[in-house]
Design a protein around this ligand. Structure first.
Ligand SMILES: [Zn+2]
Length: 186
């Protein structure tokens, strides 16, 4: 039996940093630093932060999958949502923005949805990340746009990204980190 899913969502377009408030550009640059910090701690080079409507940083989170003993739910975004929703109400979360390195994966998009976060701004494309990770078992990229996940829900989660002007700087975090198999063809 064939099952067909039809979901309408806004295709990603190219966003410009000039579309953002100046402090938001600084927050995205801070996210790149968080990715480096995660890598330096022995974790995968991913990171995000949570900010309020004035751009105040409420929480920062790097990937913790390695230091948490292989816990596959320790992607930065899911880890942040776990902590943030213990601290803030759903009404508060609706007004906050997550600044993120990439488009959240299906698991993280789920956590964002259930935690009632209002807005996500991200830098890099999954397709670009895949050039680095390949089929590395630590991160076999799951290219399901978060917009598709959110389009299946009952409420709006605003998504802005990718911001290609910052993508090359972000991808430096991934250089010489992943090890695709010899057979990986991209
Ligand atoms: Zn994830």
């Amino acid at each position: 039996m064939e099952t067909t899913f039809t979901r309408t969502y806004e295709e990603e377009k190219e966003y410009k940093l000039s579309d953002l408030k100046p402090y938001e550009v600084d927050l995205l640059k801070r996210v790149i630093e968080i990715c480096w910090e995660a890598r330096e701690k022995g974790n995968h080079p991913f990171g995000c932060l949570l900010a309020d409507e004035e751009g105040n940083i409420l929480m920062e989170q790097g990937n913790e999958e390695v230091t948490e003993g292989g816990d596959c739910t320790c992607h930065a975004e899911t880890a942040l949502m776990r902590k943030a929703t213990k601290k803030y109400t759903k009404e508060e979360m609706a007004h906050f923005t997550m600044y993120n390195c990439g488009d959240p994966c299906a698991m993280c998009a789920g956590a964002i949805y259930w935690g009632n976060l209002g807005r996500v701004v991200y830098i890099g494309r999954e397709s670009e990340l895949k050039k680095y990770t390949g089929d590395d078992i630590r991160n076999p990229t799951l290219d399901l746009p978060s917009r598709v996940v959110f389009a299946s829900g009952q409420k709006k989660v605003e998504v802005l990204g990718p911001f290609l002007e910052l993508e090359p700087e972000l991808m430096k975090c991934h250089e010489n980190y992943w090890h695709p198999s010899e057979n990986f063809k991209g």
